[in-house]
Design a protein around this ligand. Structure first.
Ligand code: DC
Length: 242
C-alpha cells in the first residue's frame, strides 16, 4: 500500500531542532510546488501537494461519469477510492486513488479545467482538509495550496503567499507542459490561468487569500533558487532557534 514518505533521518530525533509547519499558498503556477518540493528535500521535511488531492477528486468524477458539481457523488467516490501518496524508486512523489497511480493523468487539461468547480464544493473541502490535517499531525511538514495558511494549518509557524504576474505564470506552465509533451496554446493557457485565479479567489468557501500573518512574496522575475533561498532562510531561523 502506498504511504506518504516520512521525514528523513536529518530531522528525526534532533532534540535541539524545532519541527515547524510551513504553509505555502498562492495562485496557479506561482511556483509553490516546485519550491516546496526542493525545500522539503533540503530540510528533510514531508511535502504535501494539496492541489493534487483536489485534482484526484476531479479525476475520479470525470473518470466515473459523475458531474463535477455532484457533491455527494464525489464524496462517495472518495470513500470508494481513497487518496494516498507514495514514492517512485527515483524518489518522485506519486498520487493514488485506491490502487491506481494518477500522478500523470491529474495534470491533464480536462482535470485542470474542471478542478475549480470540484474544489468549490464545501463537503469535498471538508473531507480533504481533514485528511491534510491528519497528515500534518506528524509535524515537520511543508504543504502547498490555496487555503493552507488560512484554514488547513492556521497555526503554521511560517506562512508564505507566493504571487507572480499572469504572463509569467503562463510562461512557466507553458514550458512545463511542452517539456512533458502536453500540447498547449499559450494564449489559451493565459486565459485559463486568469479564469482559475478568479474562481479560486471568489468562491464562497475558503477562497484563495493570504492569511493575516503570511509573508507575501512576488516571484515575478525571480528564479526558483531565489524563491527557495528566501523561504528556506526564514524556515531555518525558526528551526534552529530551539
Ligand atoms: O495547485 P494546483 O494548481 O495543482 O491546484 C489545483 C486546484 O485545486 C486549484 O485551481 C484550486 C484547488 N485547490 C484548492 O482549492 N485548495 C487547495 N488547498 C489546493 C488546491
Amino acid at each position: 500500500m502506498p504511504t506518504l514518505a516520512t521525514k528523513s533521518k536529518l530531522t528525526e530525533g534532533r532534540a535541539d531542532m524545532t519541527q515547524i509547519k510551513i504553509a505555502i499558498d498562492g495562485p496557479a503556477s506561482s511556483g509553490k510546488s516546485t519550491v516546496a518540493k526542493i525545500i522539503a528535500q533540503n530540510l528533510g521535511y514531508t511535502y504535501l501537494d494539496t492541489g493534487a488531492m483536489y485534482r484526484s477528486a476531479t479525476y475520479l468524477a470525470l473518470k466515473n461519469g459523475v458531474s463535477v458539481t455532484d457533491e455527494e457523488g464525489i464524496i462517495q467516490l472518495l470513500k470508494q477510492y481513497p487518496i494516498s501518496f507514495g514514492r517512485s524508486e527515483s524518489g518522485e512523489q506519486l498520487v493514488f486513488v485506491g490502487d491506481v497511480d494518477v500522478t500523470l493523468p491529474i495534470r491533464d487539461n480536462e482535470v485542470t479545467n474542471n478542478v475549480s468547480a470540484v474544489s468549490a464544493l464545501p463537503k469535498v473541502r471538508e473531507t480533504l482538509v481533514a485528511l491534510q490535517q491528519k497528515i500534518a499531525k506528524q509535524g515537520s511538514i511543508i504543504m502547498d495550496g490555496r487555503d493552507i495558511g488560512t484554514v488547513v494549518l492556521p497555526d503554521a509557524e511560517l506562512k508564505i503567499f507566493l504571487i507572480a504576474s499572469v504572463e509569467e505564470r503562463a510562461e512557466r506552465r507553458y514550458k512545463e507542459n511542452i517539456a512533458k509533451g502536453i500540447e498547449t496554446d499559450f494564449e489559451s493557457l493565459k486565459e485559463e490561468i486568469a479564469a482559475r485565479d478568479y474562481k479560486d479567489s471568489n468562491r464562497s468557501v475558503s477562497p484563495l487569500k493570504p492569511a493575516a500573518d503570511a509573508i507575501t512574496f512576488d516571484t515575478t522575475g525571480i528564479d526558483i533558487q531565489g524563491v527557495v533561498d528566501f523561504i528556506q532562510e526564514k524556515a531555518k531561523k525558526m528551526i534552529d532557534k530551539a
